[in-house]
Design a protein around this ligand. Sequence first.
Ligand code: SF4
Ligand code: SF4
Length: 398
Amino acid sequence: MVKLEDFFNVEACDRCGDCFVKCPVIHLSQNEAQREIGRLIDGEESKVVLEHCSTCFACNNICTKGANPYGLILFRWFERYQSKGVPERGVMALPLAPDNFYQVLMQKAPPDEQRALREWNDLSRPELSSAPQMLLAGCNLKMMPYFTFSSLFDDLPVFAAPDLCCGEVYFRMGILDKAESQAHYLEERYRALSPKKVVFFCLAGYNMIQNLWPGYFGVSFDFDKVYLLDHLWQKIERGDIKISHNAKESVTVQDPCHARTLGQHYMDLPRRLLEEMGYSLVEMEHNREMALCCGYGNGAARYSPVDIIAWSIRRLREARQTGAKMLVTYCTVCLLYLSVARKLYPMAPPVYHVLDLLQTAIGEQPAMRHSERANKMIKYMTLGLPRMLSPKRSWVEL
Ligand code: SF4
Ligand code: SF4
């Protein structure tokens, strides 16, 4: 049963309004911010935050009282969802719904990636039980399987299953009853799978399993959890990965939202990797825990693809202002949406995943199918226009 007090600490909040004054997206005056937090706490109608929040998590870091204002926003979205449901254009982003964008990108992937996906779904492969660790392919890797076509993944047999969705998108969109049921489902599913150690390609999946589901819903996952970049960094330190190419270019970094909530280590890690490869770093105006979203999260408030594209372009503009030669992220959702936006704003620096640069640094040729995947996403959005404009609303099955 989802309760407000599990998401927001009303006792800790003194209604100072700082969260919405310092929010990198909303920028309310102190008086308006105090009124807005009051309206949200009292359950009164709020147009500003519930219509414009980008789900960036920054306000949880801004709040020094530990009240968790982002949780309050999610809970009010949950109430909105309970009374009105989710429109078709929102359903298109739900990983367990039919014909969602992750699924369509997987179905349209080239044959070598289809083969990889089929292999990952075979959970009876002996290497999964014999290897000391295995790599989970959640939606964010399954829509770009080509990242694993590298020696960087030689010690990481990959596993996947359609029902192993981490549930992050349901959480982010405030569909909290489904988030809760998925957290409990995953607890049982992983208990049956009984892995020893799981390496997470994606920080969102890592954060859900390591922190958010246990914290919000009291579930537990009894295996070691490691984030991929930590795993790779350890291999670099041991000398198992040798960086030979010394890059000279300047780069700027797009931090995904879960890195901000996980803490400094997770934002330092890709920067350390980039510096190890020789790149020089130049930060965007909004960076690290106050970074702007890649745009994807901007769609959560109004389920709006227009909001997504507009904010992705804004993010690209900020990257361009740094003068950096490349925009580097470590999240495939950031990569996808920024690559889509760059089709509309080609003056922006090219967008890469940090793994592209690491592969180059060890002498490999990365597959780099991001532009092709962005084209497929644009086609999906274009063909999906009738669904995007549909007035139909529905509720997610638990
Ligand atoms: S959530 Fe925190 S920052 Fe926001 S009004 Fe309450 S105490 Fe202030
Ligand atoms: S999650 Fe981000 S955009 Fe939303 S209110 Fe908090 S700081 Fe602002």
